[in-house]
Design a protein around this ligand. Structure first.
Ligand SMILES: *[C@@H]1O[C@H](CO)[C@@H](O)[C@H](O)[C@H]1NC(C)=O
Ligand SMILES: *[C@@H]1O[C@H](CO)[C@@H](O)[C@H](O)[C@H]1NC(C)=O
Length: 243
């Protein structure tokens, strides 16, 4: 009994770990002339150039960014944030780049908590912090905003930065455009995975309470196996197997 619970817990942990590894936000494109990997950047290769493979690899190394060359599948894990004058045009108004260009993704907060809604020619927001040297500085100047919007300006090598307390992107008067220099990259905050799990736990609380007593014994059995995991993961796993 205990052993079979342990095995299913182990499988649940594996699938949770790979779920957690797949959180990444597209921040733009650059090319082989404007971007050179650092000599010691971890490098991998994924057939078909899939950004998911690169994300899983680099998140296991805990780097804040990765650069994924679309047509070769070459993947670099990086700690270097792109500068505004490194931007090139992408393949459309959503995530994705062309040919030998690199797709750039962020895997750390605050950017990771946002998702790209699209790229626009104009946007109207209630706040306009203005030109910032880095994307991080832009997101940091909009700490509680539900939307953050930036435009790479290669003349000044800064990111023009706007934000709004609401999550709707107001692009009225303009339209969508190819992501790249001078386009407005519009992001809205997505619920973090941990908060969603918290909410899901709350939804299940009533049913959960009834079984709590029985589950406590199983929890005791499995606590040894799980002693090196965080409390959050332990709680989530116990919920996953139906306790
Ligand atoms: C959207 O922006 C336009 C100006 O570009 C403004 O007139 C309009 O009121 C805004 N809409 C909303 C819902 O804020
Ligand atoms: C199992 O371990 C967790 C985290 O260390 C702890 O909070 C919990 O009380 C333990 N449960 C039991 C039944 O010992």
């Amino acid at each position: 009994m205990t052993r079979s619970i342990s095995v299913s817990l182990y499988l649940a942990i594996l699938s949770l770990t790979s779920l957690q590894a797949s959180s990444y936000t597209f921040i733009g494109c650059t090319d082989i002339y404007k971007y050179k990997p650092q000599p010691d950047d971890p490098k991998a290769h994924y057939a078909g150039g899939t950004s998911a493979g690169c994300a899983t690899y680099c998140s296991s190394l805990n780097t804040p960014y990765f650069y994924n060359q679309y047509n070769t599948g070459t993947c670099y894990c990086s700690s270097v944030t792109p500068s505004a004058n490194q931007y090139t045009y992408g393949s459309g108004d959503q995530a994705g780049c062309e040919g030998s260009d690199y797709e750039i993704y962020a895997m750390k907060d605050p950017i990771m908590s946002f998702k790209l809604e699209g790229c626009y020619t104009t946007v109207t927001t209630s706040q306009h912090p203005g030109n910032k040297p880095t994307l991080e500085a832009c997101f940091a100047s909009c700490p509680s905003s539900k939307s953050v919007i930036f435009s790479p300006d290669s003349d000044t090598n800064t990111f023009d930065c706007k934000c709004d307390p609401g999550s709707n992107i107001n692009s009225s008067g303009g339209g969508t455009t190819t992501c790249g220099e001078y386009a407005w990259f519009a992001y809205s905050r997505s619920l973090s995975k941990r908060r969603m799990e918290g909410k899901r736990r709350l939804d299940k609380q009533m049913a959960f309470d009834q079984h709590e007593k029985e589950c406590r014994e199983e929890e005791e059995d499995t606590n040894d196996t799980l002693s090196d995991l965080t409390n959050v993961v332990v709680e989530t796993v116990i919920e996953e197997i139906g306790c």
